[in-house]
Design a binder for this molecule. Structure first.
Ligand SMILES: Nc1ncnc2c1ncn2[C@@H]1O[C@H](COP(=O)(O)OP(=O)(O)OP(=O)(O)O)[C@@H](O)[C@H]1O
Length: 764
């Protein structure tokens, strides 16, 4: 049985961090509302579109997918003509075979699985349909198949539907269910299996009994078939590194992984190395040194946003960053809060996350870099960085971690609220004007995704020079004001182009004029993998979806299948061209697939389709980076920095809308933020005092906080933040607490993180 991960306040997302705290301040919510909180929709965006399919399922397939009635021969799927069930892939006669060990209690649906009568069945691009029953392809993990036999087994995780009265209150849950089918002939069975392989389902070819016996004979080469077996092409089993934070989710993450996720990965043929972190910072160390050839298909994080942040920072601080940033990151939500995967992919339970990972596809998301201007140190994040009250709560909560466990955020928040200090900041931010936003959008639409190579190279070069004073990048705000001159009263706001005359290179880097275009726009990249079963001595190139970089044109992905046993299949191996970063400074950076190749149907010749004839133009400035010289920037009239100083209860720089698992989907911190819109959303809660804070927190619960008169909400390219002298210098980045010394600048690296899986709207 599925058990929900305990949800409590979280540190990653400021809303989550304050969730319980505010709840108890503002009184208990109604039971119904609380139940709605606990009633997530795994694929919320598809509700409307999936309606017809799900209505069709109401006859019982999804909740009781094996309720096949003897003698049922009709395909009476009402919505078939509407296209909601996709195009037909294969059809024939199938019978459910009762000789199967199922985790599902057959008596539960009252039908039993015994049915020797063949019925008309067909596989479409979206579902397997037999009789009046529909099993969505999306729910299928893999197919086990014995060559030359009539039967094959479909391993699926369908959704268990609740009774109508309960469905509003309880989470939809998936459960493992195997369907064993008998085809009319072995050839027919193989066609069915191949059809599933064509739909990107992993095929687990079991030992042929004859082959098995032969294997026991000494001197017989295992990969040599006795006779010409037909072979099945399917995607190769991915190899991933799983990094599990055993402390996440109050110590339940291991159980979540081993009980719920690992079985799915195993069914999907994953080759995994599972590493449990031993201390904070371990994941970062691991990913900063891991050999990517051991996990060519990505790194899967099991835990909260904190562990994802560690992995990201480990990757982005490597010498071979270009290679590192192309490593896809999978997230299994098993922590206190997983705002990134919930907001970006619409996933908040481990089983759905595991299924999204095995289905593949990539979603690019922006990364922001917080740079300590005086030292050049950089910490990366994907969700939010926050200053002021929230960072104080985060800091205080760490003291109560052992004593109060999940309640620590409430305790810390309450104590901080009672003795609320004043927070003053100097801020500069570069808003995205409507014109710029529109023109950027147009450029994106017209010519594909922007390549940010010079910006990226610049950031990376400097991140490696951590500790080197960077006086030249100090903000001109220093010359405009000093902390001693900063009044403790109301905020002062000025619009300044002068302030930008020495703006950060980050800002310069994301200037649309300096961006170059790459070949594609879509942030979804996918390529089919393939494995051939069981034909020996066949070699195909395969890989999981990855982002390409020009420097990898000589990268090869090979997959050699020697036997008809998938366990003997060699997984794709990647030969990375290890390169010194100095040689990559002039590299154009990652090039995006223009189309999700996963969607384009199976391509068995999966050789990466590099396009050397369409090289990316390189900026001249990268040479400067290589030479270690700094290029002066001509002030642009477009760059109208806004300068603010004064008291702020909070400063939040959001990369996405920051939904929390606990919240209703409409309740978000930054309602206009999108994870890949090349901009950051700045939320300023001005002033000081408990009353203001309380009002803000209450309004946040109802999604009305933006309309408060002392709250500013603006889309920006970059923000410089400097705490006042007497202000606490804590800074939360994705729930990690850091200290601000002097000024920090928060800027964007567009699309630099690749999450494994697709957003809900792309999954069907
Ligand atoms: N073995 C470990 N022991 C202690 N801390 C760890 C360990 N592994 C990772 N950490 C740290 O735990 C922190 C929280 O991790 P994560 O976000 O994955 O879980 P979480 O349940 O969401 O945590 P929290 O509720 O504290 O935010 C991370 O900052 C990470 O550095």
């Amino acid at each position: 049985m599925l058990k929900s991960i305990p949800q409590h306040a979280n540190a990653t997302n400021p809303r989550g961090l304050l969730h319980q705290f505010v709840r108890q301040l503002s009184g208990k919510k109604s039971n119904i509302e609380a139940m709605q909180h606990a009633s997530p929709t795994v694929f919320p965006d598809k509700r409307g579109k999936a309606k017809s399919l799900k209505q069709t399922l109401s006859s019982g397939t999804k909740e009781n997918p094996v309720r096949a009635k003897a003698g049922e021969h009709s395909l009476d799927i009402g919505d078939e003509k509407s296209g909601s069930l996709g195009y037909e892939v294969f059809s024939g006669k199938l019978a459910l075979d009762k000789k199967i060990r199922s985790t599902y209690n057959d008596e539960q649906d009252g039908s039993g699985t015994g049915n020797s009568h063949s019925i008309d069945a067909k596989l479409t691009s979206k579902a397997l349909i037999w009789g009046s029953h529909v099993l969505p392809v999306e729910d299928v993990i893999s197919v086990s198949y014995n060559p030359c036999f009539r039967h094959f087994t479909i391993h699926a995780y369908p959704v268990r539907r609740r009774l109508y009265g309960l469905s509003c209150f309880l989470k939809p849950q998936r459960f493992q269910k195997d369907f064993r089918f008998l085809a009319s002939s072995p050839e027919e069975a193989m066609k069915w299996v191949q059809s599933f392989a064509d739909q990107q389902c992993y095929i687990n070819c079991l030992h042929h009994p004859v082959m098995s016996r032969k294997n026991q004979v000494p001197g017989v080469v295992a990969s040599e078939p006795l006779y010409d077996l037909p072979y099945i092409k399917c995607k190769s089993p991915p190899r991933v590194l799983v990094i599990l934070n055993p402390r996440s989710g109050h110590g339940r993450s291991s159980k979540v992984f081993h009980n719920k996720v690992e079985p799915i990965f195993k069914l999907a043929g994953f080759k995994m190395e599972v590493v449990k972190t031993k201390y904070a910072g371990h994941a970062r160390e691991l990913t900063s040194s891991v050999d990517f050839s051991t996990c060519p298909d990505g790194i899967v994080c099991v835990g909260g946003d904190g562990i994802v942040n560690e992995v990201l920072n480990g990757l982005l601080n490597r010498d071979n960053q270009k290679e590192a940033i192309s490593v896809p990151i999978g997230i299994i939500p098993a922590g206190s809060d997983n705002s990134l995967v919930w907001t970006t992919l619409g996933i908040r339970d481990p089983i759905s996350a595991a299924m999204a990972i095995i289905k593949g596809g990539l979603t690019a998301t922006d990364v922001f870099a917080v740079e300590w201007i005086q030292t050049g140190a950089i910490h990366f994040g994907t969700t939010v960085s926050y200053f002021g009250f929230l960072s104080d709560v985060l800091e205080l909560s760490e003291k109560y971690q052992k004593r109060f466990g999940p309640l620590r955020y409430f305790v810390a928040g309450f104590l901080k609220f009672l003795c609320l200090p004043k927070y003053s900041f100097e801020l500069e931010y570069l808003p995205i004007s409507k014109e710029i936003a529109n023109s950027e959008e147009k450029v994106l639409e017209d010519k594909g995704k922007i390549c940010m190579s010079d910006f990226y190279s610049d950031v990376m070069c400097r991140s490696r020079k951590e500790g080197i004073p960077r006086v030249s990048s100090l903000s001109s705000i220093d010359s405009i004001m000093s902390p001693s001159r900063m009044p403790d009263g109301d905020m002062e706001t000025t619009g300044s182009t002068a302030a930008s005359s020495e703006s950060s290179d980050y800002v310069r880097g994301i200037d649309p004029k300096l961006k170059r275009l790459s070949s594609g726009k879509s942030n979804l990249v996918a390529e089919p993998d393939e494995v051939l079963h069981p034909q020996p001595h066949l070699s195909v190139n395969s890989n999981w979806p990855r982002t390409r970089s020009k420097s990898r044109t000589d990268k090869t992905w090979t997959s050699l299948i020697a036997t008809n046993d998938s366990r003997c299949s060699k997984t794709a191996t990647s030969l990375y061209d290890k390169e010194d970063i100095s040689s990559t400074a002039s590299d154009p950076g990652p090039v995006w697939e223009s189309e999700p190749r996963w969607d384009t149907g199976p391509k068995w010749d999966a050789e990466p389709n590099w396009d050397p004839e369409n090289p990316i133009e390189l900026p001249g400035r990268s040479n400067d980076i290589e030479l270690g010289t700094k290029k002066e920037r001509v002030p642009s009239l477009e760059d109208k920095w806004v300068v603010k100083r004064g008291q702020f209860l909070g400063v939040l720089v959001c990369n996405h809308s920051c939904k929390t698992v606990q919240s209703l989907s409409s309740q978000v911190v930054a309602p206009n933020a999108i994870h890949d819109d090349n901009s950051l959303d700045l939320l300023l809660v001005g002033g000081s005092g408990r009353l203001r804070l309380l009002l803000f927190l209450i309004c946040l619960q109802f999604g009305r906080h933006i309309s408060l008169p002392y709250v500013d909400y603006v889309k920006v390219k970059s923000v410089k933040i400097k705490p006042g002298i007497s202000t606490h210098n804590g800074c939360g980045i994705d729930g990690e607490l850091l200290r601000v010394k002097g000024q920090v600048i928060c800027s964007l690296l567009p699309d630099q993180c690749r999450l494994i899986g697709r957003p809900a709207c792309h999954r069907f």
